[in-house]
Design a protein around this ligand. Sequence first.
Ligand code: SF4
Ligand code: SF4
Ligand SMILES: [Zn+2]
Length: 469
Amino acid sequence: MPKNRPYLFYELTNSICSTCYRKVEAKVIIQDDLVYLMKYCMQHGREKVLISTDVEYYKRCREFIKPAEMPYVWNTPIKYGCPYDCGLCPDHEQHSCLTLLEITDHCNLECPICYAESSPERSNYRSMETIEKMLDAIVQNEQEPDIVQISGGEPTLHPQLFEILDMAKSKPIKHIMVNTNGIRIAQDKAFVKRLANYLPGFEIYLQFDSFEKEALQELRGRDLREIRKKAIENLNEYNISTTLVVTLKKGLNDGEVGSIIQYGLNQPAVRGVTFQPVQHAGRIENFDPSINRLTLSEVRQMIIDQSGIFAAEDIIPVPCHPDCLAMGYALKQGEQVIPLTGLIDPQILLEGGRNTIVFEQDQSLRDQIFTLFSTNHSPESSAMSLKELLCCLPKVSIPESVTYQNVFRVIIMQFLDQHNFDVRSVKKSCVHIAHPDGRIIPFDTYNLFYRDDKENLLEEIRNEMKRGG
Ligand code: SF4
Ligand code: SF4
Ligand SMILES: [Zn+2]
């Protein structure tokens, strides 16, 4: 009797070797209801990486796509092939939904998981001139960028933060976010009051990982419980739109997914929670990428199991980059929380509402709904679409006035690292980062190949390619 393979070979893609970062072929296989990436490097051998725990959802993401929106300009030529040409090179398959702008590498924390390796010892502050150049590159690519996220290091420590915010506000950017650990927000009320001047179109992206001392110590190197509490108090007082950002580590804080959502729902200033599974758990001993990874599908299941609000149909892939982004929207009305994403047949997002009585009359409404549910673009304009949408959903009572304050969104944002790297997927990345030299680079490839001295390795790889190696 011939023997069968113990798995199903689902598709073929390209990845990188997690040791030498050279491009390698990778098989996507399904085994025992789990999806793995299997790759082989001639130098470093075979790797098997868990990429999804939900086969059906994984397959659904393959279907859940729409034609890519392009940036207005490309920034680099195609020369060495993906991912060595960032970017954005003309081979990229998505514009920037969100662009990060790092203004310093200085930070008042030294988190063991920091991808930027920021710390109190580092103290480079980008000049206004460089920052303007970076903002202009973002605007050149997008004309009216949806979201620019000012980041670091810890951006609130940049001595010219307010000048930077004024400058960003003077550009045609729809939504500005400040990505912060919240320490200054907790400790300096006059600072928070001044931030409120930038509303609307302004949001705080607040690090918020856990209610537990031990988890905070492990992720951040410090017990930040009081800091978080005080920061939220101050943000509530000035009603500054806030997204809680949770870095999730397997077995550490992944039991708190539901309680953080519930907490967020009870805070007047909080508009949603973004969960980001930490991928490469560098300090964990005996880390095995085939079993120790926390995947998007597991986080999705945790939201479904723990939140008591969102069901499976409410957390859907985001069509611009379905492998790495999932979302759920809810309407918040006092005590009542109504998940909305599941009320829409996901197919209408792709087919333009063919089978629905509600939407078939109105093309502009369909477009608005598509905008609301298919992207995380400009959150405030989503609130307007939501208002229109509610008029058409008989199951939902229409509140007097729906504003951005009534929208609550849950996002899962998974990043690609050297283990789960998939060239097919990274081409669709829509979270980008501005390089000071004017390039706009996908966040995932930036951290692997383009941040600081990582370009040395990239140069080595490119030189090998030139020599035909
Ligand atoms: S990730 Fe995108 S920008 Fe970078 S090389 Fe690949 S296609 Fe080009
Ligand atoms: S607070 Fe943010 S920037 Fe600062 S060290 Fe931690 S992860 Fe890095
Ligand atoms: Zn290798």
